[in-house]
Design a protein around this ligand. Sequence first.
Ligand SMILES: C[S@@+](CC[C@H](N)C(=O)[O-])C[C@H]1O[C@@H](n2cnc3c(N)ncnc32)[C@H](O)[C@@H]1O
Length: 202
Amino acid sequence: MAENVEDLLREMEAYARAHEVPILTEAARPLYLRTVREASPRRILEIGTAIGYSAMLALREAPGAEIVTMERDAALFDAARSFLRRAGYAERATLLSGEAEKLLPTLSGPFDFVFIDAAKSRYPDFWLGVQPLLAPRAVVAADNVLFRGLVEGEGSEEWPKHSYRTMVLQLREYLRLVRSAPDFQTEVFPEGDGMAVSRRNE
Ligand SMILES: C[S@@+](CC[C@H](N)C(=O)[O-])C[C@H]1O[C@@H](n2cnc3c(N)ncnc32)[C@H](O)[C@@H]1O
């Protein structure tokens, strides 16, 4: 029998803390939930499952939706599968194990809501990779786009230090791509580590 989703979410939060798994921050959750609700998705695509926390939130928030989500870390993938099964969401969730770059070209759209939350240095590739999969009025949300304030705005003027350089430059490229994409309106919200929400209006 399916377990209570609220209890499972609390268990996942504790699991993430104990195992230092980065999941959607508390500060970004209301924005994420509102964005899912407003997109009223039938099909959701997620890049970066971790333990399935944001996937679980999306399935709870959009009861008619199904999700395809991908994760390259085998242990996290197994944990996500177990949590989503326990919630009774197995039939609504397709979990794909592996590198998103390789998996994206194997998928068929359309997806109404896409959540990008994986390697930050690959965000431009993910944006380009999901384009053929998007529904005409798709919403694409990308988490952590302001990465510790280093991507734009005050405090971002210095050349990023070596360990963050690729990530910061690729996040700037992501923002440039989404802002210049025809048919998309993008808002960048400061919640958490910054979330870009791009709405397609074809
Ligand atoms: C921030 S966590 C995802 C958190 C999750 N969306 C949530 O809020 O509950 C990012 C995850 O993306 C995975 N990841 C990073 N790069 C990836 C890639 N190229 N393909 C597949 N998974 C990737 C990492 O292993 C990690 O578990």
